[in-house]
Write a protein of this length. Structure first.
Length: 116
């Protein structure tokens, strides 16, 4: 099994920045890729960004140019650097790990609130 723990959320003003972290533990060798999702109140959970085990990154259109996903393999941790935050970015952000031959693992989520 893989356990994921997110951190770094909080309250930030529009235009501000936050960096989210997601630390993986357990059977980390079975992780094929990791990503960030978010869920705003009343809406479905949506994909934000992902990074493969080889370091290839992808972003939803609204995150391109503002968000950067990265990984530190030595720490089994991924990050989401979020700049130029907007109120529409307000959501609970979840970390997800794609596990070879098994269902994905999810973290517990961290709240990001963008408000003046």
């Amino acid at each position: 099994q893989v356990q994921l723990v997110e951190s770094g959320g909080g309250l930030v003003q529009p235009g501000g920045s936050l960096r989210l972290s997601c630390a993986a533990s357990g059977s980390v060798g079975s992780i094929a890729g990791m990503g960030w999702y978010r869920q705003a109140p009343g809406l479905e959970r949506e994909w934000v960004a992902s990074i493969t085990s080889g370091g290839i990154t992808n972003y939803r259109d609204s995150a391109k140019g503002r968000f950067t996903i990265s990984r530190d393999n030595a720490k089994n941790t991924i990050y989401l650097q979020m700049n130029s935050l907007k109120p529409d970015d307000t959501a609970v952000y979840y970390c997800r790990a794609t596990i070879l031959y098994k269902s994905p693992s999810w973290g517990q989520g961290t709240q990001v609130t963008v408000s003046s």
